[in-house]
Design a protein around this ligand. Sequence first.
Ligand code: PHE
Length: 477
Amino acid sequence: MEYSPRAVSDQENTEVDPSRGSFGTRFGFLMAAAGSAVGLGNIWKFPYITGEYGGGAFVLVYLACIVIVGLPLMYAELIIGRRGGSDVFGALRNLTAKSGSPAGAAVSSVAGIMAVLSGLFILSFYSVVAGWAVHFLGVSVGAIPAAPGGAGPTFTALFESFEWSATWHTVFMIITVVVVSGGINGGIEKICSRLMPGLIGILLLMLVYVGVTGGLGDSLEFLFAPNFHKLSMEAVVEALGHAFFTLSLGMGAMVTYGSYLKSDRGIVRDGVTIALIDTGVALLAGTVIFAVVFAGGKEAGAGPGLVFVTLPDLFDSMPGGTVIAIAFFVLLIFAALSSAISLLEVVVSFLVDRFGVSRKAAAAGLGVAIWGLGLLSANSSLTFGIPGALSGFLGEGDKAMLDILDNLTTRVMLPLGGVLIAVTAGWLITKEDREAGFEHLERGPGYAKAWTFLIRFVAPVLVLFVLLVKAEFISLG
Ligand code: PHE
């Protein structure tokens, strides 16, 4: 049985607009949501931070963060979206208004505004990095000349060239805007239902390839044999922040997608599926990348240049390397695109649902604004001084815009947004809304109890603790 679309008591939103759109099929929703989660975070960031933080033990902490904080919050966001039936700001406000909790309006407004800002900020630099993948695809197919000396100089030239970075950023933003303009069913669902299976197919083929060319054993050992001597507090903080980023949590992407669902049924299972796909892709990408790196006798800790410098050079020296390089950069672009779409959708739905702007106008206008902001990240020679008080989060000295926005969102805004959403879901909405997704499950009441405990106490306390450590309010010696 289908749930009636929604029960809303917020005065601004008593009129239910059937033209908001919705996902046509459960599969389509899953591909869109998993597409949001699977992105540069899985294929670019996860391998390089795992390399920097020493492998196995870091992976274990990251997996723990996914289960203890990520999964509960995933359900919280999906159910808030589904029951709130609106953009992230509206959905949070609708549900807290319904419960009549006095703190609800304030907390949900702050969470909603911060979520929309996070979407703007993340997409602005995300699109620049995605643009680099487009450049490397061009180099791999031979359409763009590589710099003499291989991938290192090619990447440096790209990174230092505002014109190149800005060009690919522009291309990538245009594609993102076009997809989101097409709407939920006709744009996002349609595209993601093709990108995601394609992405998983490419990854599996690459796994077979490294199975033949070697390095698989070393790679698996590096990823899965924990060495706790290498684990630092810094690594724990990074793992938690990354759990948010990689699952697209803390900024309402899942709230927004959840609002286009037609029923509460299956939300719990869907949340788990999305997290499983996301984690599976990260581990698979890590396995493939480190197999290539170790087979080529290179180091794991190459940092952000791992997939743009180390990897292309190694591809070059492998049999059939050109095809593999092309496959890899197509993979990266697919992953980035389905995530970028969800980032833009959070902000577009905010304008559409709050201010009645048409979808096309909202997508185009926001596309231009985000593109403009992204130009600052495309210009790597532009740096800004970081005030001492913020250096715990943003790093010391002068920083480029791309690093500032990356660190600001991943380390501060997403975790903080996550805390606010957890508090809202745990304390400030009605029990009926809170537990709606568990109702159809056989052991629903038991799961609902466990989830309520995690979302009320464990997730907010853990995340706040890590934030305070990071801000140096708490010192661990
Ligand atoms: N989850 C995406 C990734 O791993 C990034 C993202 C964050 C997308 C937040 C949407 C919202 O690359």
